[in-house]
Write a protein that binds this ligand. Structure first.
Ligand SMILES: Nc1ncnc2c1ncn2[C@@H]1O[C@H](COP(=O)(O)OP(=O)(O)O)[C@@H](O)[C@H]1O
Ligand SMILES: O=C(O)C1=C[C@@H](OP(=O)(O)O)[C@@H](O)[C@H](O)C1
Ligand SMILES: [Mg+2]
Length: 180
């Protein structure tokens, strides 16, 4: 910690944010290995601890219940961990408290992907994301556009559309190194 109380970014947890399918889970694993840090995917943690996949939590308990769990887990992780790489769900930053917690306690990296590139990911994730079920392509596009506002709060933006996961992870590692 510095004299003014500011905790340097390389001493904080890393939180990866961005739209579904941007590559948070994939890139997060690569980044954690590169930095020799623990990797935690918050969706996977919730599924494991609740004993059911996220789709099942949405179906049986509803989105509101999932959002409450998401907030509790992220709050605990932000307060208990210091050197983990956390991949949070694409909807986590809908909650102001999560945005504030992460911005104050972590280095927040946005996995940014333009719509034209994101469209090619849709077939890969369509069946496994409850938020995408029963939505037309137009509705998904509208969701993509409205979600961009919540991703404006970040410390560093990474091109996750045209780069490999390795290159995206390296860009984040370089950013942190430059700030040591
Ligand atoms: N940089 C990339 N280039 C190409 N495909 C990618 C890239 N990053 C992720 N993917 C693929 O996109 C899909 C969604 O990735 P995932 O990491 O689950 O995204 P998120 O966690 O942001 O929802 C997966 O099939 C993954 O293999
Ligand atoms: O954007 C969202 O609202 C969601 C994104 C998902 O995570 P990914 O961003 O890893 O797909 C998962 O948390 C849940 O299905 C809700
Ligand atoms: Mg994910």
């Amino acid at each position: 910690m510095q004299a003014d109380g500011f905790v340097p970014y390389h001493e904080r947890n890393i939180v990866l944010i961005g739209f579904m399918g941007a590559g948070k889970t994939t890139i997060g694993k690569v980044l954690a290995a590169k930095l020799s840090r623990e990797f935690i995917d918050v969706d996977e943690l919730i599924s494991t601890e609740r004993g059911m996949p996220v789709t099942e939590i949405f179906r049986t308990l509803g989105e509101e219940a999932f959002r409450r769990m998401e907030k509790e887990y992220i709050r605990e992780l932000c307060l208990q961990k210091r050197d983990a790489v956390l991949s949070v769900g694409g909807g986590a930053f809908l909650q102001e408290e999560i945005r504030d917690l992460c911005m104050a306690n972590a280095a927040v990296f946005l996995m940014d992907i333009p719509w034209e590139q994101w469209k090619t990911r849709l077939p890969l994730i369509r069946d496994s994301r409850p938020i995408l079920q029963n939505k037309t392509d137009e509705e998904i596009r509208a969701l993509y556009e409205t979600r961009q506002a919540i991703y404006e709060r970040h410390h560093f933006k990474v091109d996750a559309g045209s780069q490999t996961p390795e290159a995206a992870a390296q860009a984040m590692a370089d950013w942190l190194n430059e700030r040591q």
